[in-house]
Design a protein around this ligand. Structure first.
Ligand SMILES: [Zn+2]
Length: 304
C-alpha cells in the first residue's frame, strides 16, 4: 500500500504572474511553474491555468486545490475580478479549476490572505493567532487571521487596509478617496512624491530607482520613503490596537528595499502603538516564505 500522502495544488493569481505548484501537507513545493499574467483576454487566463496545472501534475494523488487571487474576489460565486486586470471581471475561476482538475475541493482566498495564511502555518507568524499581513508593492494589500482562522469579512474584502485613512494627507487615490495610505505609501505613490519634489527621475521611474537614490543619500528619496513607511506604520498600529493583534507581517517589493524603509516603518509603528501598552506585537515582521508564501498558503488552506 502506498504511504505517500496526497498533495494539493496551489494557485497564485496576481497582476504580474500566475504561479501553480504542487504542495505537500508540510508545505514543501514539489513542482512549480509560472507564466506572466496576460491581461488581454479571459481565455488567456483559462488556457494558462490549464497548461500550468498540466505541467505540474505528474500522476500524483491530489487532495484539493487552493487558489489565492488578487481581489476583489467572491468566494460564494467562486469568481475573481482583479482590480489591476480590468478584463478579468467575475471570472469563474473555481468552476474552471474544477473542470480542469476534476477535483471538487477547491478553495478561494484573496492573495494577501493566502500569504498571511502561509506565514501563519509555516513562516513569520507561526504560533500567533491574530495577524495582519500587508503587501506593499504597486498597491497596498491586507489580509487578516483572527483567532487562528482566515477572516474574510462580509464581502471577502476583510483586511482592505490600503484604502483606509490616517489623516493629514490630501493625496487623491485612484479609488476616489483622499488620503488613503495607498495614495501615500505604495511604490508608485512614493515614486511620484519623490519626482514631484525634485528627485531627477524619469516619468517611468520605479520605486527601485527611488530606493537606490535613497541608499546613495539623496534627501528627497529618503523623505519620500520615510513618509510612506510612516503612513504604513501608523495604519498597522491602528489595526493592531483595534483588533488586539499579536503579529503584523509585511511583504511585497517595497519591503525588499532594506533599512531605508524598515527603520522609519518600525519607528512609526512603535511610536503610534506606544500608548496601547496591552499590545503583544512589538514590531512589524518581514515574511519568511518568500515569493511563494501565497502559493503555499492557498494550498494549505485548500487542505482544511
Ligand atoms: Zn484609495
Amino acid at each position: 500500500m502506498s504511504a505517500v500522502a496526497p498533495v494539493a495544488i496551489g494557485i497564485d493569481i496576481g497582476a504580474t504572474k500566475i504561479a501553480v505548484g504542487l504542495i505537500s501537507p508540510s508545505g514543501a513545493i514539489t513542482h512549480r511553474k509560472e507564466t506572466p499574467s496576460k491581461g488581454n483576454s479571459s481565455e488567456g487566463l483559462a488556457t494558462d491555468l490549464a497548461n500550468l496545472i498540466r505541467e505540474v501534475v505528474h500522476g500524483e494523488e491530489i487532495s484539493s486545490v487552493g487558489i489565492g487571487s488578487a481581489g476583489p474576489i467572491d468566494v460564494q460565486r467562486g469568481t475573481i475580478s482583479p482590480v489591476n486586470i480590468p478584463i478579468w471581471r467575475d471570472f469563474p475561476v473555481v468552476e474552471l479549476v474544477r473542470d480542469i482538475t476534476k477535483i471538487k475541493k477547491v478553495s478561494l482566498l484573496g492573495d494577501v490572505v493566502a500569504l498571511v495564511y502561509g506565514e501563519f502555518k509555516l513562516g513569520a507568524a507561526r504560533n500567533k493567532l491574530n495577524i495582519l499581513g500587508l503587501v506593499v508593492s504597486t498597491g497596498i494589500g491586507g489580509g487578516l487571521i483572527l483567532n487562528g482562522e482566515v477572516y474574510n469579512g462580509s464581502t471577502w474584502n476583510g483586511g482592505y487596509i490600503g484604502h483606509t485613512l490616517i489623516g493629514g494627507s490630501d493625496k487623491k487615490c485612484f479609488c476616489g478617496g483622499v488620503g488613503c495610505i495607498e495614495a501615500i505609501a505604495s511604490g508608485p505613490s512614493m515614486t511620484k512624491w519623490a519626482k514631484d519634489n525634485g528627485l531627477p527621475i524619469s516619468n517611468d521611474a520605479k520605486f527601485e530607482d527611488v530606493a537606490k537614490a535613497a541608499l546613495e543619500g539623496n534627501a528627497i528619496a529618503i523623505e519620500a520613503i520615510r513618509l510612506g513607511a510612516q503612513a504604513i506604520g501608523i495604519a498597522a498600529a491602528n489595526a493592531s490596537a483595534f483588533l488586539d493583534l499579536d503579529a503584523v507581517i509585511l511583504g511585497g517589493g517595497v519591503s525588499e528595499s532594506g533599512e531605508i524603509f524598515w527603520k522609519p516603518l518600525q519607528e512609526a509603528f512603535a511610536q503610534s502603538k506606544a500608548h496601547n501598552k496591552f499590545l503583544k506585537v512589538q514590531e512589524i515582521s518581514s515574511c519568511d516564505l518568500g515569493k511563494d508564501a501565497g502559493l503555499i498558503g492557498a494550498a494549505l488552506h485548500g487542505m482544511i
